[in-house]
Ligand binder design. Structure first.
Ligand code: RTP
Ligand code: MG
Length: 142
């Protein structure tokens, strides 16, 4: 175990249903600290670049259409084992398989509109945090 940072995105369907506060509360209650945050409405170019690893997959166009359909809240979260902890709190990608009490079980509307994104490994976390926060994140001061 070590202190890590991970990128979280509250996706357009969860922002639209005013669930930002409820979702951030889950991160904070689990011990994850928000060290950067930015609302943005992604362009097609930005969403395509962010999800480049999925280009060519059958769900890609729907994913980009969804991710550009409204504003998102991107955050860098910091804590012990933050990458795995965040994904545990999020629940399975397919909300039909997400464990009760997870964010996706409670806030997803479909496989595509599954409320949140979380980085899946240290290298992707670093790349994804730099994508949204090229200026860096806030250092801990206390
Ligand atoms: P994310 O990247 O958003 O945290 O989600 P994930 O790792 O759990 O899932 P990933 O395989 O990376 O897929 C990225 C996003 O694409 C949409 N998706 N739809 N309809 C489908 O079959 C399908 N498969 C993936 C979801 O929005 C998923 O979160
Ligand atoms: Mg993923």
């Amino acid at each position: 175990m070590s202190v890590q940072q991970t990128l979280s995105i509250i996706k357009p369907n969860a922002v639209a249903k005013n669930a930002i506060g409820a979702i951030c509360e889950r991160f904070e209650k689990a011990g994850l600290r928000i060290v950067a945050a930015r609302m943005s409405h992604l362009t097609r170019e930005q969403a395509t670049a962010f999800y480049a690893v999925h280009q060519g997959k059958p769900f890609f166009d729907e994913l980009v259409g969804f991710m550009t359909s409204g504003p998102v809240l991107a955050m860098a979260l910091e804590g012990e084992d933050a990458i795995a902890l965040n994904r545990e709190i999020m629940g399975a990608t397919n909300p039909a398989q997400a464990a009760p009490g997870t964010i996706r079980a409670d806030f997803a509307d479909s496989f595509t509109e599954n409320a949140v994104h979380g980085s899946d490994a240290p290298d992707t976390a670093a790349t994804e945090i730099a994508f949204f926060f090229p200026e860096g994140v806030c250092p801990r001061t206390r």
